[in-house]
Write a new protein. Sequence first.
Length: 274
Amino acid sequence: MTPFTNIRALIIDMDGVLWHGNQAIGGLTDFFQTLRDKNLRFILATNNASHTPQQYVKKLADMGVTVDINEIMTSAMATAMYLAKIMDPAQTRVFVVGEDGAVQALQEQGFTLTGLYELNGENSKGADVVVCGKDHSISWDKLATATLNIRAGAKFIGTNGDNTLPTELGLIHGNGAILAALQTASGVSPTIIGKPEPIMYQQAIARLGADLGETIAIGDKLETDILGAVRTGIRSLMVLTGVSTEADLKAIDYQPTWIMPDIRAITEALKALK
């Protein structure tokens, strides 16, 4: 196995790595205590766009872990930062299929959000961009408004393309399923911001102030977490507590740098770091 060395910064996925739904994975508090003891910088980077950073801070606090809000990055935040670089927020209207996480991230960047059936018309202006993230309150009207805006020329942005989401009950549909419905209805393919695209990893590395060679990504999903690391040019560690299995490795042409059963194993490896 490749030596577990030269690690100064970590980009860590959450769903399937730290918890399943609201159930913490064993060894969570010891894992974070080890990160602090070793002075390892980290960003918790998730493709889940539904929650705000504040909600993630609280969720971890409820599990006995204290993190700073600046140690959280979601695909919604990455999407809002990406759009703010290529468009003027003060002049851009966005329709959101999503929850608090996506809404807050876009509003913090200064974008104007449009409502249901607020479309281009004689006395109204529709959205310039449709952003779609995980949405528990998905409805016919939201899908219809998004479809109408996309068909009228709005940019179609997906916070992430995850087809599934690990929960305490098992795998359920992810944001990719919603994107597929909108793509089918509009005939337009979305631009994806979250993993496996390198955008969010690059933003996290910039925030960490880390070099590529000293940064690793930890995740449970080959086609997002691990492939995203490969595309970014950093090493990766796959845990077996989430979506992907060791058997899945046989069907792909890229590999994680390391494979470990869970965060307890990662903790022991980190404790041995010099």
